[in-house]
Every structure is written in C-alpha cells, then in structure tokens.
Design a binder for this molecule. Structure first.
Ligand SMILES: [Zn+2]
Length: 310
C-alpha cells in the first residue's frame, strides 16, 4: 500500500500476515518496512476493504484506492492519517492467481446470465474462454514459463503457438462432446491447473533432450510474416517436438474446449436457465464503443493486445 500525503511524500505500508506479539491470528499488521509505523488490523475488516476496493481492479498493474476508503479502514484503529492518494501493488499475482480468478469469473458470468445482460454475457464468456485456455498450458504453471531458467528460451510460444499453427488445422479433432455441469467449480478449476502442472516436466525435459540431439543448425529458421522476417522453430524440428509430445497439445486443446463449454453451461444453469429468446443485445454503451474503436485501431496498426509472452 502506498500512501501519498499532501506534501507528496510517499509512505509504503506492507501487510504482514503473521500475527505479531499478543495478537490473535484474526489480525494482520500493516506497517512501514522500517517498523516506525504499524497498525494491527482485523482480517475481516481488511477482507471487506479488499473486496470493496481492490477485487474489481485485480487485473490492473496498480490499484487505485480512494483515500476515504483507506481512512475508513484505518480510522477504526485511530490513524488520523494525512492522505492525498493511495495506491496498492500486488505481491500475490506475481505467483499466479488464475485458479482464484476463474472462480471470480464464473460468478460474474452467472450474474450476467441472471441479469440477461447479453453484452456482458458475450464479453465475459469470451474472457472466460481466454482464462480457461491459459489454465490448460503447462508452461503457465511455472516460474520457468519461457524456459529462461533452463536455457530453453522460446519454448513457451513453441508449445502453445508454433505447434498448433503447424498442426492443429490439419490434424486435430475438435469435436469434444457435450458440455457437462460443473458441480464443484473450485475443485474443477484447480484440477485443470494441477493437470497442466503434471505435464510440465515432460514439456521441458523432452524439448531439452530434443534440442541436444537435433542438428543445431536445423532448429531455427527464418520465415516471412506480413512484412517482417521472424526467427522461429523450423518445420522439421517442430514436427519432431510434436511427435514426441505424443498428442499432448491436441489433448490440452480438446480439454480446454470442453471446459469452456462446461463453464458457460454451468453459469447458465446456475442462473436459472434463462431463455435466450427473451434476450436482446442492447446498444453498446459509450464506454464499450470507445473500447471497440481503440481495439479496432490497434488491430489495424498490427499491434497485438495482450501479454508479451503469449
Ligand atoms: Zn502463454
């Protein structure tokens, strides 16, 4: 938590989840790193504060918090703080919050169905698809997500982009059967992430083995894309990796498709199975229109939107 006061000084507060002396485990402390200031705050107060002020902007890099809300949190503990602005930075999502976020998204989508808000249903369904797809990628479950720690730089795009680009259209079967109702979303989404993680060792070790045994000068090729020349894994090298993956990429894609359908279906069922015939797409709001225009402009410029490692 960063507090900026009237003179522009910034005070940094870090939460300390461990109970200090004489505190029960229902408390956490919020303190300056040098220990000069500290409040012990009830965790249930903090949870409420978090839900009201931070959760809805969780995916932003920095969370802006109204001073008043922060004062309300601290004043229960007699702070009397001088505060002009407050922002917080995340020290949790560095380690991944996807399984938690999937649950939040499932709730949001259910609510959108309940409200019969077509624009929101479409938007959240698409976002849910993105997140569930992400959860099926083994390399998304490790700090070594691009092989940077094991001298396998580029393995991320190799697995999730290059292999599908070369083989999906021609050889994958995307008919995966019916969606199923998800009884227990928490277990369901955690299982997806854990299943991805189980496959991680094979992804890394097989590519490592291959890279050591395939002629080094035949691993990378240059290809023309639009107006640019890019360096990417050669088709033969990719085919060798694909063979040794033995259907893994296809299977994860199939599982992802099924999970996405199941997530949508479950949200609809949990919302009371609203009839689609009664739903009409409303006119997009001004904000939505602006977003669309910005996206369209970016698309025309050829800048892809999204995280770099994708
Ligand atoms: Zn990725």
């Amino acid at each position: 938590m960063h507090l900026v006061n009237a003179i522009g000084d910034t005070m940094v507060l870090t939460p300390d989840p461990l109970p200090g002396k004489g505190q029960s485990e229902n408390y956490m402390s919020l303190r300056q790193p040098d220990g000069s200031l500290a409040w012990s705050i009830s965790k249930s107060h903090y949870r409420k504060f978090f839900k009201a002020n931070i959760l809805n902007q969780y995916y932003e890099d920095e969370w802006l918090i109204p001073c008043d809300s922060f004062r309300v949190l601290l004043d229960q503990y007699g702070s009397g703080l001088d505060c002009q602005s407050v922002f917080a930075q995340d020290h949790f999502s560095e380690y991944g919050i996807l399984p938690f976020h999937l649950l939040v998204m499932q709730d949001r989508l259910t609510t959108a169905f309940r409200q019969k808000n077509v624009n929101r249903i479409l938007r959240l369904s698409a976002e849910m698809g993105h997140y569930i797809g992400d959860a099926h990628v083994p390399l998304h479950t490790t700090e070594n997500y691009n092989g940077q720690l094991t001298d396998q730089l580029g393995i991320h795009a190799f697995w999730e982009s290059r292999l599908p680009e070369l083989f999906a259209d021609e050889t994958y079967d995307f008919f995966v059967g019916k969606a199923e109702y998800i009884e227990d979303p928490k277990t369901y989404y955690w299982d997806i992430v854990l299943d991805s993680h189980i496959l991680l060792d094979s992804v890394l070790s097989i590519e490592k083995d291959l890279s050591l045994n395939f002629p080094p000068d035949k691993q990378f090729c240059f290809e023309e894309r639009l107006d640019a020349t890019i360096r990417t894994q050669c088709p033969e090298y990719s085919a060798a990796f694909h063979d040794r993956m033995d259907g893994m990429v296809e299977q994860r894609m199939r599982d992802a498709i099924r999970a996405i359908g199941s997530s949508w279906f479950t949200a609809w069922v949990d919302a009371g199975q609203p009839s689609f015939r009664l739903m009409r797409a409303s006119k997009p709001s001004t904000t939505e229109l602006k977003e669309r225009e910005a996206l369209e402009a970016q698309f025309r410029k050829g800048n892809s939107k999204g995280r770099k490692h994708e």
